[in-house]
Design a protein around this ligand. Structure first.
Ligand code: SF4
Ligand code: SF4
Length: 98
């Protein structure tokens, strides 16, 4: 099955039976962060780069570059708030809305 551009209308021939997913990692092709109703915000001044927030994110939306966490991947973050709960330094706060 080919990757689908969300702005493109999918012909019925491209829709799998029962909308089953046959390939891994296809979620990267979709901006599922659009479902979000609350949004994590990251305070770089408070962050101690302990990286505790990274493995708990169910959507792998906290990228790490050169051993340090980077800005959220808002294309895929669904706003569950787990990262804000685990941060021991209060560096993540949840804001209502996208
Ligand atoms: S709010 Fe949830 S989905 Fe978004 S970055 Fe935090 S843990 Fe990940
Ligand atoms: S848990 Fe908090 S302090 Fe640790 S890396 Fe994440 S935002 Fe920074």
């Amino acid at each position: 099955m080919r990757a689908v551009d969300i702005n493109e209308r999918s012909p019925w021939q491209d829709i799998t039976e029962g909308n089953k997913i046959y390939e891994a990692a296809t979620s990267r092709n979709f901006c599922t962060g659009e479902w979000r109703t609350s949004t994590p915000e990251f305070d770089r001044e408070k962050c101690k780069q302990c990286l505790l927030c990274v493995p708990v994110c169910p959507d792998s939306s906290i990228p790490v570059k050169n051993g340090a966490r980077d800005e959220f991947d808002y294309d895929h973050c669904k706003g569950c708030g787990i990262c804000a709960k685990v941060c021991p330094f209060g560096a993540i706060t949840m804001r209502e809305g996208k």
